[in-house]
Design a protein. Structure first.
Length: 246
């Protein structure tokens, strides 16, 4: 897909979302439906020279779900890619279903489907597939995968265990997340995500631990993440992000 055509499609997608702007009765959005995130990433190790990357993302939330467009640039001969996507939760009786679609420059197309059941205690399962075209994976979990989720929510907190397993190219690759979210009141929220990963990297069997910490205010949010052997490559990544809502 041509880069300009993708960018135009993404802008039209976000524009259409804005034209339908209203609060989502499911509670998936609030009176600040726009979010712009700037991420600065540093890659080190693996016998490679250090590299830096810029990640820009604009998202619009509403009754249609979440529509977004983003741009990633690693510079110094590294990958550069536009991408856009959409996802939404739907209620299907006692089950909540979330489809998602992603496209990117270079002809990439991907999608996933997730289903969740339960209220205070809940379980979920999902799967994702791509057309295997080049993609700078900023999800940082495998995209061709199966997902299993179990957790509990209540009292302004949510804790969940998430297993993401590649089931296509590298079935030995696994991500296990322990995610905790706490409502701090007055629009503030703390999120902690602990990651344990294992799999093959260049013929070496690795086991590594990573972590992400996020803090949200009504209009701003900050995030810091350490991801060793990012995307099961030899390099480690430190990610710092700031986001604004309006």
């Amino acid at each position: 897909m041509h880069v300009k055509a993708l960018l135009l499609a993404g802008l039209l997608l976000v524009g259409a979302a804005a034209a339908r702007a209203q609060d989502d009765p499911s509670g998936r959005s609030d009176e600040k439906p726009w979010k712009f995130t700037t991420g600065h990433y540093t890659l080190t190790g693996g016998g490679e020279p250090p590299a830096r990357a810029l990640d820009l993302n604009l998202r619009r939330s509403g009754t249609f779900g979440n529509a977004w467009i983003g741009w990633y640039d690693q510079g110094a001969g590294g990958p550069t890619q536009w991408r856009a996507g959409w996802d939404r939760f739907f209620d299907a009786g006692s089950i909540r279903v979330q489809p998602s679609v992603q496209v990117a420059s270079g002809g990439f197309v991907g999608g996933s489907l997730y289903a969740e059941a339960g209220d205070s205690w809940f379980v979920g399962a999902g799967a994702g597939r791509t057309n295997m075209r080049p993609y700078v994976n900023l999800n940082f979990d495998p995209n061709d995968m199966v997902t299993l989720v179990a957790g509990h929510r209540g009292g302004g907190q949510q804790v969940q265990l998430v297993l993401v397993a590649d089931n296509r190219e590298r079935p030995d690759q696994r991500h296990l997340h322990l995610n905790w979210k706490a409502d701090r009141g007055e629009g503030e929220k703390l999120t902690l995500d602990l990651l344990a990963k294992r799999g093959d990297v260049g013929g070496e069997r690795i086991r590594r631990l990573g972590a992400t910490v996020s803090y949200d205010w009504p209009r701003w949010s900050l995030r810091a993440a350490w991801d060793p052997k990012v995307n099961f490559t030899p390099q480690n990544m430190l990610r710092l992000s700031i986001a604004a809502r309006w």
